[in-house]
Design a protein around this ligand. Structure first.
Ligand SMILES: C[S@@+](CC[C@H](N)C(=O)[O-])C[C@H]1O[C@@H](n2cnc3c(N)ncnc32)[C@H](O)[C@@H]1O
Length: 352
């Protein structure tokens, strides 16, 4: 089955196609940066600027940002990730820039971005990139349990020291809570049926592997719905895996906090570029950016502004991958980029 471009706008994050199927370890898998040209165009990297790649992953975007920086004029990039394996991959790709001091890699959550900057005496940066979700390296590593292909332990933590695994959720949460997670984070139509199947299965023995989870999802979803899902290029377990990953990593809560902290870290004129991979994330990003760009909210009949609200940002637009990029990198197909520029708020007009 090819996932390539059968449904140009699916909601959940698609898995990599069969030919990029999981190796026992993620060795040899390369993460291709998504929407690279659009990221660079929206960040408008200045050689003397300070930038943060808050989800550095395999270092694909970071490499191209770092290439545009001049360390002799103060240009620098800080790359964050919570996954030490991702940081090791980024360190390999960014070796030359680490040597020159252009790049520094830090094991930290983007939620703690302001703390990371403060520790380095950086008051504000010229740009922050957030490329949300998981990388091809993580997806291809069976031991991480992110993929419904192959078999592996049900872990799904980005941070291997994180407090909660997918197996713990599946084996301990009440049925209604499991159904809520599947419904809210996976937008899964058969959430209640799958939750019921999980509870029945775990009464026999704990659910431990990705294959066991796939099998019980396939038992819960009616055959015609499974066929329809395959026709759209989506494995029927996609939504369940997405939902669990979001719950394990508290992704939506982190995205909300990460957007705020990234925005506060920008200098006036600094830019925030965010790539999301499913509609739940994209909705948060869209609302956040629109709220920052919102000016006066007084009713139209009020002649002079009383609310005093001024835009804190200018929207720079959005982008989606071209057919060409999707053909080369199917992981890109549900990507949505949104960007804004922080502006110096104009003072409210003095009352007449
Ligand atoms: C889509 S990948 C980024 C790929 C990267 N842009 C590249 O070009 O190689 C997302 C990365 O974000 C990391 N991540 C997830 N949650 C995070 C968090 N709260 N803070 C920092 N990094 C996080 C994941 O571990 C993963 O490596």
């Amino acid at each position: 089955m090819s996932l390539r471009n059968q449904n140009p706008n699916p909601k959940p994050h698609p898995e990599a196609p069969a030919r990029a199927a999981p190796a026992p370890e993620a060795e040899g898998v390369e993460h291709r940066p998504v929407l690279l040209h659009e990221v660079l165009a929206h960040l408008a990297v200045r050689p003397e600027g300070a930038y943060v790649d808050a989800t550095v992953g395999g270092g694909g975007h970071a490499y191209e940002i770092a290439r545009r920086l001049d360390p002799d004029r103060g240009g620098r990039l800080i790359g964050l990730d919570v996954d030490p394996k991702a940081l090791a991959a980024a360190a390999g790709r960014l070796r030359e820039f680490l040597k020159k001091g252009t790049v520094e890699l830090v094991r930290a959550s983007y939620v703690d971005l302001e703390k990371v900057l403060k520790e380095r005496g950086i008051a504000g940066v010229d740009g922050v990139l957030l490329d949300l979700g998981l990388s091809s390296l993580q997806l291809a590593d069976r031991e991480r349990g992110f993929s419904f292909r192959g078999d592996g332990p049900l872990d799904m933590r980005f941070d291997p020291e994180g407090p909660l695994t997918a197996a713990e959720i599946l084996n301990a949460y009440p049925e209604e809570e499991l159904a809520r997670i599947l419904r809210e984070y996976g937008e899964e139509r058969y959430a209640s049926r799958i939750a019921g199947e999980i509870v029945r299965a775990r009464a026999r023995k704990p659910i431990e592997t990705t294959r066991e989870l796939v099998e019980l999802v396939l038992r819960a979803i009616p055959q015609p719905a499974q066929r329809a899902s395959f026709r759209r290029g989506l494995h029927p377990a996609t939504r369940t895996f997405q939902a669990l990953r979001i719950a394990v990593n508290r992704e939506l809560e982190n995205v909300e906090r990460g957007l705020e902290t990234a925005f506060r870290s920008l200098k006036p004129g600094g830019r925030l570029v965010v790539i999301s991979f499913h509609s739940l994330e994209d909705r948060l990003v869209k609302r956040f950016m629109q709220a920052k760009a919102q000016g006066c909210v007084c009713p139209p009949e009020v002649p002079i502004c009383r609310c005093g609200r001024r835009p804190e940002a200018k929207l720079l637009g959005k982008a989606t991958p071209t057919e060409g990029e999707i053909a080369e990198n199917p992981r890109a197909r549900s990507a949505r980029l949104r960007a804004l520029e922080r502006v110096r708020p104009t003072p409210a007009p003095a009352p007449a």
